[in-house]
Ligand binder design. Sequence first.
Ligand code: URA
Ligand code: CA
Length: 440
Amino acid sequence: MALVDLIADKKFGRELTDAQLTEFAEAAADLSTPDYQLAAMLMAIRLNGMTERETAALTMAMAKTGDMLSPDVGGIPVDKHSTGGVGDTTTLILVPLVAACGGKVVKMSGRGLGHTGGTVDKLESIRGFRTELPEETFLKIAREVGCCVVGQSGELAPADKRLYALRDVTSTVDSIPLIASSIMSKKLAGGAMGIVLDVKIGSGALMKTMEDCLALARAMCDIGRRAGRQMAALITGMDEPLGSHVGNALEVKEAIDTLSGKVKGPLLDVSLALGAQMLLLGGQAKSADEAMDSLQNALQNKSGLNKFKQMIKAQGGDERVTEDTSLLPRAEQVTRLLAEKDGYFSRMNTEQAGLVAQVLGAGRMRKDDVIDPSCGYILFKRIGDYVKAGEVLAEIHHSPAAPIRQAENMLREAMTFDAVKPISQKLIRAQILPDGKEIL
Ligand code: URA
Ligand code: CA
């Protein structure tokens, strides 16, 4: 069938067959297909939507345009995916904790554009840490240590790579079936048999409403189940950075401090909740309570921290950082941001707070930008705190060349103070459990 006829079918709102969707996915991976035809199809999907069956068929077809891994790690491989937030270091905390409880995690993470680097960039702030490893090496590490975090290989879902780039410039990012198929094509290709999703909601999230978050979470769980994978999803708050540290080396430090038991709070709480679902999917626990107990144990007896140390060593990094975080890159200058007046910290523009890190040099605006691992900031206040004029709101870590005035102004503007205490929001807003039950 000619691609133009496929586009016409979707334009008229007709349901596409599995064969047609496979044709479209293959056309997307074929460099001889013109961008304009792919773009027209993306817009037709954006406007007319897709059924669950269509979405699942497109996703599987996109996954199959590249390598389909089936990692032999001596257990059920489990993975976690977050739709992205600020100060979200859950991966670095839950991956070693889950491994310490017997789980097997092969995590393929993007480098990505954005306010701070991806997980891979964070880990690369550890001297010597290698994220580009041959497949047999990372599988060996996953088998022996229980976890390994590597960069995403170019062969995973090439159709998505092309479509995602086109969506960015054709106003077709905001489509739940397209987001779900984009994310899940890479996850299915990566070979995880149990996948836990962290769908963020709030001022720093891709999705701003509960309705959209639930629709996306359900769509992704549905795709995964149709492909024979076990799925669970949490919808978690992103109304302020999850941890207090934002920036690559700073986030590694916070992860180590958390694994050492020195730091508690929302970052740990979300990491444990996601980790518990991973243990359920991986078969290491029979109930959420049992999973939570194991994770708490791994935290208390430092076996999670020890796993992180083993993983860093196996991936060529300086594992001494787990005992001495001062070995991480440190910024030359620290500038304190002080409160100008008394009041309750009531709201945060978290998207803008993310951009502050980017302005300082923690993230990439273009694909080949070089990241400064040492820069970022530490927040000393959380939403709901009462703040007095002159108190330290944040410590900005930066190089002498960074536009510190701009960063200070942006961070100050991102924080709103009020006379009344804001209503506190739950951190975990909803859950889709492995058996499909929903806790709303
Ligand atoms: N992340 C992805 O990989 N794809 C999307 O479409 C959105 C977020
Ligand atoms: Ca992402």
